[in-house]
Design a protein around this ligand. Structure first.
Ligand code: NAD
Length: 337
């Protein structure tokens, strides 16, 4: 990975477009695969910000998601690219110049790209740009990137994101892009139609390395904050007083300041609504597992990973915590609510 800071690109920059704005022909063709909690909203934002001369072909194994999204896109009052339904991931990709994938786990990304590349094997080679926004491990991502290059079907870059469903819906996501510098201007306009910030982290795989390092730190900060809050409260402190001390002291972190795990300490935090919404504990468990895989591959020692993994796995399976925001680990460790 190159030295220096990730280059920040924001939606304030005018997205680059190719072709001529006055031309009536279809300019850019997009494929979008994976219309779950994140992908559905991202595809909606992308389509609505593209001109009617562009087109987007959408696909998910969940037929209802595809139908609903098409209806929503076509029912929108203003503009937007022409929408078509694809019957497979390969069909969504075949005509497209840019294909976005937003899939759950490494095995889904691997199998979707295998399907696409085998279907495209006997078609003319095309300089497509595949942008994978899924959170997977860098090793799988690199293997998929190399299969795309070997098949001469274009280039594959990783652009995992942060901002959650709220950011996906509002179009304010932050993308961590792993791509050769030459491909950044090609990926940028597409990503900035679905998000507000683009951080170019380095070559292919670097976006995922950054995402997993960040989420590893977040997992530990969250658990440490829950433990520290529980310690202080059980020593007799008012949780709001303790939080106000932490948040002007060296213990301050995102879980202490924004997403405090003790109900009532931070207005609007998931803890105050029985840990509903927010970043699901199962997703944190998954990202922690991916960070461990990436660390093994890179030879990085993670002394705290085993214990944290055990806590998140147990909490994610605990009926009192299942399906809730990851700050619910406070409840799991017996914190007073
Ligand atoms: P999700 O499970 O809601 O959506 C995934 C979608 O992929 C589903 O609609 C599913 O039907 C579809 N899918 C699965 N296999 C497929 C296949 N073979 N072909 C086509 N479609 C297929 O997941 P999500 O919450 O949208 O997350 C997507 C990715 O983004 C994950 O890697 C996740 O870790 C990451 N992420 C999620 C959040 C979040 O808050 N939800 C935040 C940041 C990053």
């Amino acid at each position: 990975m190159r030295a220096g800071t990730a280059r920040l690109r924001t939606a304030l920059r005018t997205p680059l477009r190719r072709g001529f704005a006055t031309s009536p022909r279809c300019l850019d063709k997009y494929g979008f695969i994976g219309l779950g909690q994140m992908g559905y909203q991202m595809a909606r934002n992308l389509q609505s910000k593209l001109p009617p001369t562009d087109s987007i072909s959408i696909y998910d194994i969940n037929k209802d998601a595809v139908q609903n999204l098409k209806a929503e896109m076509e029912g929108a009052q203003v503009g937007g690219a022409k929408v078509s339904l694809a019957d497979s991931a390969a069909e969504a990709s075949s005509e497209a110049d840019t294909i976005i994938t937003v899939l759950p786990e490494p095995q889904h990304v691997k199998s979707v790209y295998e399907t696409i590349l085998s279907a495209l094997a006997n078609t003319p080679k095309k300089d497509r740009l595949f942008i994978d926004c899924s959170t997977i491990d860098p090793q799988t991502s690199r293997a998929v990137a190399s299969s795309v290059t070997s098949a001469s079907q274009g280039a594959f870059v990783d652009a995992p994101m942060s901002g959650g469903v709220v950011g996906a819906t509002a179009g304010t996501l932050t993308f961590m892009l792993g791509a050769p510098t030459a491909l950044v201007p090609r990926a940028e306009p597409t990503l900035l139609r679905m998000g507000r910030r683009l951080l170019h982290c380095g070559d292919q795989g670097a976006g995922l390395a950054a995402k997993l390092a960040n989420n590893y730190l977040l997992a530990l900060n969250n658990l440490a904050t829950a433990e520290a809050m529980n310690l202080g409260v059980r020593c007799g402190l008012d949780p709001a007083v303790l939080a106000s001390v932490l948040n002007v002291s060296t213990g301050k972190c995102w879980p202490s300041e924004i997403n405090n795990p003790v109900p009532g300490v931070i207005e609007g935090a998931p803890a105050g609504r029985d840990y509903a919404g927010g970043f699901g504990i199962a997703l944190m468990k998954k990202d922690l597992g991916l960070a461990v895989v990436a660390a093994k591959e890179a030879g990085a020692k993670l002394e705290l990973a085993d214990k944290a993994t055990e806590v998140y796995a147990n909490a994610a399976a605990d009926e009192r915590c299942k399906g809730r925001d990851f700050s619910v680990v406070y409840r799991y460790i017996g914190g007073k609510e």
